[in-house]
Design a protein. Structure first.
Length: 157
């Protein structure tokens, strides 16, 4: 597996991975508004717009096929982490998180984890911070990690 910066040529595949994973693991927990909001965020044109900003986007690729993506917004927030459904639980997410955190510009990196992904983020070393929230129909658990410190694993209440 190779991890590299996302390029414009990758956008369609990345968008497809995000949507496939979303439909498998998250969509059935959200309202129509949440599904619509996520669909806009994961659309190809939205990725293209964010590529122009201060967002680090990495893809995991094997044999020329993209298997996962991570987006670190402004070096402080994991905005996207999706692995294609057929390649989940093979260490791709852990690798992407590890490499993205090396680019952190703050002492504490945050993520707004979908409820179905909380346990995965806990395995990566993130801790729950505060109560579950909702924004534009997206339900999420605020979590954070200190990239340069040891993390004690806890379970969200």
């Amino acid at each position: 597996m190779t991890v590299r910066k996302m390029e414009e040529k990758d956008i369609e595949a990345v968008s497809a991975i995000c949507m496939a994973s979303f439909w498998q693991s998250v969509a059935d927990t959200l309202s129509d508004e949440g599904i619509s909001t996520f669909s806009k965020i994961a659309a190809s044109n939205a990725f293209l717009d964010r590529m122009k900003g201060d967002n680090l986007m990495l893809v995991a690729e094997k044999n020329g096929k993209i298997e996962g993506v991570i987006e670190l917004k402004e070096g402080r927030h994991v905005a996207m982490l999706f692995i294609s459904p057929e390649h989940q639980k093979k260490g791709i997410g852990k690798t992407l998180i590890s490499l993205a955190l090396k680019h952190a510009k703050v002492d504490t990196v945050t993520v707004s984890a979908s409820l179905s992904s909380v346990s995965a983020y806990e395995k990566y070393g993130f801790e729950c911070k505060g109560k579950t929230r909702e924004s534009a129909g997206l339900i999420y658990q605020p979590m954070e990690i200190k990239p340069n410190k040891a993390i004690i694993h806890t379970t969200c209440a």
